[in-house]
Design a protein around this ligand. Structure first.
Ligand code: ABU
Length: 498
């Protein structure tokens, strides 16, 4: 699909469209991308209201002293325009057939200072590569956009109400394509209960066009009543959170199935679902029972004390391949949120390798961002050989280029205020892939599923090669870089000694 100029296949090579294939088809995170939804920063986008599943805080301590969290208020129009412009630019890059990527030291309009960047420009025709310039021909990707809605209106159910909704910047959170099925997630926040409606027209259109092969499904919507939540969760101190870490209990309890679509990552016949603030065991069980053609595996990341969405934590990039040019599968991990040893056995035994994401190029976050600085690794794969990342992330760019990827960049920091970045703001509709078994050795599947007593926190050591399983052990890692976790000296001895 893509490749560096001069060594690449032509942009159309190998791109014979499956004329007979359904327009909804996505089994993996990496199959050649043909159609994708890109979110909107609508004029009435709001700050998340405070509710049982959400207690937001302003990141900037000086601003936080002056104003309370503006939950339920419409975001500043300048912030909305800036995010909208970056989302439009992303669409233009996706649609382009040829792009040039160069190194620059340039002004960043969100950080308000100059930074090192890898900058992508759309090219009309291939031009020469230089020392610091790469030119990529790529297959154009079709983009769809959600319906523009007014998110400032209050919403309610029989047992709850919310001052406003949120926004449509992150369709990844509410929608997922699993094979030929479009699935609407339950969500766990009241303000996001109806957010899928921004994508309803897209789902209906695709289903109506091919109802024999395309399914449009939803998990039963939860009551969102107070009974669904651990009411003390946001009152816990960090020390108490560490005490509870072994039990993976977050703000949503097990009363009803709950999941955000962004807690799921697809690897063909196997999908992996993070237990989190936004996904409970019952939600994972619902997925298991409703997708019998798939093998559903829970994943746990104990050092993330407020986990929400797997795409800043564990990112499969390409599968193992056999034959000439065959190689290991590859997944990017977050060194501050290492995966469990027990859950990685399946990956190790099936020919996958892990790679630490570099620490983010920038640790600053916009004042109203409710995501971590690990949006740095929130990338979108265009194919098993090509990815789109944020333009400031020059370290990640180098790592991925060194590992054989074509790396296209876009500016996306203005989206950080709107709940996500490059992966969050998309929803894959059509990839050229299939329900391939990339984990044939299933005997290494973790035995425990949905055990209430599950208390494993034995993670892989990100500073050791783990017998070759981890490609780039890092000494940079230190428990406590992340605002969600304690510094090593603050952590209980049992944890700090890990
Ligand atoms: N919506 C993705 C955010 C994940 C994170 O903050 O790490």
């Amino acid at each position: 699909m893509d490749g560096r100029n001069g060594r690449s296949r032509s942009p159309r090579a190998g791109l014979v469209r499956q004329a007979s294939g359904p327009e909804v088809n996505a089994w993996t995170q990496w199959g050649d991308l043909e159609t994708v939804v890109v979110g909107n920063a609508d004029p009435q986008s709001c700050h998340l209201p405070v509710e049982p599943a959400c207690h937001s805080e302003i990141n900037d301590p000086h601003l936080a002293e002056s104003i309370p969290w503006p939950g339920g208020c419409v975001k500043h129009q300048a912030a909305i325009r800036a995010a909208a412009a970056q989302l439009d630019n992303f669409c233009a890059v996706l649609k382009a057939e040829c792009v040039k990527v160069v190194s620059e030291h340039a002004w960043d309009s969100e950080l308000k200072r100059s930074t090192d960047k890898r900058r992508t420009m759309i090219e009309q025709s291939p031009s020469k590569e230089g020392e610091d310039t790469r030119v990529y021909r790529k297959a154009p990707v079709s983009t769809l956009r959600p319906t523009v809605l007014d998110w400032s209106k209050p919403v309610s159910g029989p047992e709850w109400d919310s001052k406003s909704q949120y926004c449509a910047t992150c369709p990844r959170d509410t929608m997922i394509t699993l094979g030929n099925t479009i699935l609407e997630a339950t969500m766990s926040k009241r303000s996001r209960y109806f957010e899928h409606l921004a994508c309803r027209d897209i789902g209906l259109r695709l289903w109506r066009a091919d109802p024999d092969r395309v399914k449009l499904w939803a998990c039963p919507k939860p009551s969102m009543s107070d009974r669904m939540y651990h009411s003390d969760f946001f009152q816990l101190t960090k020390e108490q959170r560490f005490d509870r870490m072994r039990s993976y209990q977050f703000c949503v309890n097990e009363t009803e199935p709950v999941f955000d679509a962004a807690d799921i990552t697809r690897c063909g016949k196997d999908i992996f679902v993070q237990k989190s603030m936004t996904t409970n065991d019952l939600g994972i069980k619902w997925l298991t029972s409703h997708f019998p053609e798939l093998r559903v595996h829970p994943l746990h990341f104990p050092y993330d004390l407020h986990p929400s969405h797997i795409d800043c934590t564990f990112v499969p990039l390409r599968p193992p391949t056999t034959g000439d040019g065959g190689g290991d599968g590859l997944a990017l991990i977050n060194p501050e949120r290492p995966p469990l040893k027990s859950e990685m056995e399946l990956w190790r035994k099936n020919g996958w390798k892990l790679m630490n994401a570099p620490l983010p190029a920038q640790f600053d976050r916009p004042a109203f961002s409710q995501s971590s600085y690990w949006l740095s690794m929130n990338l979108l794969s265009l194919s098993p050989r090509s990815v789109v990342i944020e333009e400031n992330e020059v370290g990640l760019c180098k790592l991925l280029e060194d590992t054989g990827f074509d790396v296209i960049t876009i500016p996306m920091r203005h989206m950080y205020d709107f709940g996500g970045a490059i992966h969050c703001c998309t929803w894959d509709i059509k990839r050229r892939d299939s329900c391939t078994d990339h984990f044939p050795e299933q005997e290494y599947r973790r035995a425990h599923m949905y055990e209430e007593s599950f208390n494993d926190i034995d993670v892989i050591d990100v500073s050791s090669a783990n017998s070759g399983f981890l490609l780039n052990p890092t000494k940079d890692f230190k428990i406590g870089c992340h605002e969600n976790v304690l510094t090593r000296s603050e952590a209980p001895a049992s944890v700090a000694s890990k």
